[in-house]
Design a protein around this ligand. Structure first.
Ligand SMILES: Nc1ncnc2c1ncn2[C@@H]1O[C@H](COP(=O)(O)OP(=O)(O)OP(=O)(O)O)[C@@H](O)[C@H]1O
Length: 262
């Protein structure tokens, strides 16, 4: 399905949120359609997780509007999920707690995510990467219309990151859902996303990776492209090509044209 003709399932308009005198979200608007994969990127503390929580209705913005399609099923893989260490819980037991999770579906997703061998293992004994896959299975179990992944490759080794990112468009196709994810791994995520939104309190820049990747501004933002004959792209650098400055209290000071800050 072409994302331009697809239905909007979630939109945000002019979101603003301040916490302890710091502007965390400043005039954020976005539109997410069925089948679309949008990735939020930006430095630590730039508001990515907060934006996700506001979009999901877990936190309220001070102003602005979030509209979710009525009845929208959201599978959310949070950045962190603490479990009571004293509670004995196997992976299967944990997944059974998800809404609508029967043994057959649990078995399917464990197999699909290559973690069947962990089915009876205690959740407290999982490695970081294994736990991420279990959390992903949990998000998938509810047959989401929207899959929200907050840093899905945290604690995952490089091979595992490649596998997980290549899985995301497959899951989108299989479920016919939209995906909204947070990532720091620009070079890995480019192939697995339709649109990148670069956040730093406000939206610094955004666009389709194919278009953005041939734009000189993209190269300044995310590093050099693959050169002819080069087998591997250099790791993307996180640098901002800014026409504005972020002040300590979160407000943004704009500069006159020609006075850009790199
Ligand atoms: N309840 C709160 N009270 C005060 N400050 C908060 C609160 N919630 C978030 N913040 C601040 O808002 C900013 C954005 O936090 P957020 O977790 O959204 O960042 P992030 O982009 O997800 O960061 P990271 O990449 O490190 O996960 C941070 O500076 C954080 O300290």
């Amino acid at each position: 399905m072409s994302s331009t003709s697809a239905a909007t399932i979630l939109s945000a308009s002019q979101l603003r949120l301040t916490r302890q005198h710091k502007t965390v979200l400043d005039n954020i608007s976005l539109n997410l359609k069925t089948g679309q994969i949008i990735t939020l990127i930006g430095p630590n503390g730039c508001g990515k997780s907060t934006l996700i929580k506001v979009l999901l209705g877990l936190e309220s913005a001070d102003s602005g509007k979030v509209t979710r399609r009525p009845g929208l099923r959201i599978g959310y893989m949070p950045q962190r999920l603490s479990l009571d260490q004293r509670m004995p819980l196997t992976v299967t037991g944990f997944l059974r707690l998800a809404r609508g999770a029967g043994n057959e579906r649990i078995g399917y997703w464990l197999d699909r995510l290559s973690i069947s061998a962990l089915a009876q293992q205690s959740v407290h004994d999982l490695s970081g990467g294994e736990w991420q896959r279990v959390l992903l299975a949990r998000a998938l179990l509810i047959k989401p219309d929207l899959l929200v992944l907050d840093e899905p490759v945290q604690g995952v080794d490089v091979q595992g990151q490649l596998e997980l990112y290549s899985l995301i468009p497959q899951l989108r196709d299989e479920l016919g859902c939209a995906v909204l994810m947070v990532s720091h791994d620009l070079h890995l995520v480019m192939a697995a996303t339709d649109e990148v939104i670069c956040l730093n309190g406000h939206v610094c820049c955004s666009g389709h990776p194919d278009t953005v990747s041939i734009d000189p501004a993209y190269i300044r933002l995310f590093g050099a492209r693959l050169q002819q004959g080069q087998k591997q792209a250099p790791l993307a650098h996180y640098t901002h090509h800014h026409d504005h400055q972020h002040c300590a209290d979160g407000h943004v000071e704009h500069h006159a044209p020609g006075k850009e800050i790199l």
